[in-house]
Design a protein around this ligand. Sequence first.
Ligand code: SF4
Length: 429
Amino acid sequence: MKLGVINLGCPKNTVDTEVMMSYLRDFTLTQNPSEADYILINTCGFLRASRLESSKAISDMLKNKKCKVIVAGCFVTKELKKLKKQFKAVYAWVGVNDISNIRKAVEHGGVYVNSAPCVYKSTEHVTLLNSYSAYVKISDGCNHRCSFCVIPSIKGKYRSRKTEDIAGEVSALVDSGVSEINLISQDLTYYGRDNYGRSSIARLMKAILKKTKKFFWLRLLYLYPDFAAIKGIVSVMASDKRVCRYLDIPFQHISNGILKSMKRGYLRHDVEGIIHHIKSAIPGVHLRTSFITGYPGETQADFEELKQFIGCGYVEKSGIFGYSDEPGTHAYTLKNKPGQAIIKKRQKSLAAVAAKVCYTINAGETGKTKKVLVIGERAKGIYMGRTGENAPDIDNYILFNSGKSHKPGDFVTVKVTGYEKFDLLGAAI
Ligand code: SF4
């Protein structure tokens, strides 16, 4: 039997797709939908734009009458009733918390939504979409209640995996040839509060580093700005070169009025304190964050404050999102919403400032020597890679010349010779 897979959404979805593929590993994978017996679409229902993309994928795949289409993921959990009405020919529906039912869904069709929320075990994650860089999900769900976010209502409460299970998974992946492990979750800093009674992310990092003997990169993505937990992370990072000098901490805004309305539980001075602590402890660290502009009640002054903050370059990489008004959230009920034209204008303006920060940082990298993870060969002797300060699927690359032969997953020492907009240029030494 041949299986086609379409994976949409964030890296958390990537892991769910890989877990479902692991359950179906006796199937032959095909990139060509017209020869597939089954097509699995793992959807995203987080924002309107992602729902549109998911709907288009379902509608496109249903045009192929010969194969059975299985739709899984957040969008299914969020809007099953509507989707079933819209896409009657779908063979099976699998909710985001029900991926362990994928085998039954393939064999019998039907609906698998809202079984007891769980999180996968290491034995269920053996097939990877990428052989040298893997995402490892350490928990699922979220206990925060940010005013603009639908995720807790889709994914349920925070559920941490067991430390030993995660450490075992990382060690097995690295032994099998994976060079980079990216820990992901809705919020890494919350890890362990449910099953160990306190934030245990630093303890988890130590357990992983102790168990894994081979050299690899350990990267942490998506940290809530929780100062105490971040201090623990930073202290482990400072003591072990295998932890990438990189943290992704979504701050969402910098104006106190907006942060309060977003119910984020911190203010501007907390953000500044966190940044100051990380930068003092880890010279050369790169921070990534995301900001939402056009949130209800965002005044011109709030926007200017955010713009000025991004322009200071305290944070090396900023992802700028226009506010998406999501039914079911607290923010949806608020007044004074800037219109789409203002949201787009502000988003464009902030993105331009963030790009300038990136160019300035790239200019400062020239002449430095970096360890680089090889991703592939662009042309004869020209390789593409990533430095430790750049995460997969979101950040920038380095293009470098080398007289030697390298394969994806190799680590190479490269001297930075210049940059081209977002990407660095270099030569292997
Ligand atoms: S931390 Fe906030 S934004 Fe992130 S998933 Fe949880 S509720 Fe949503």
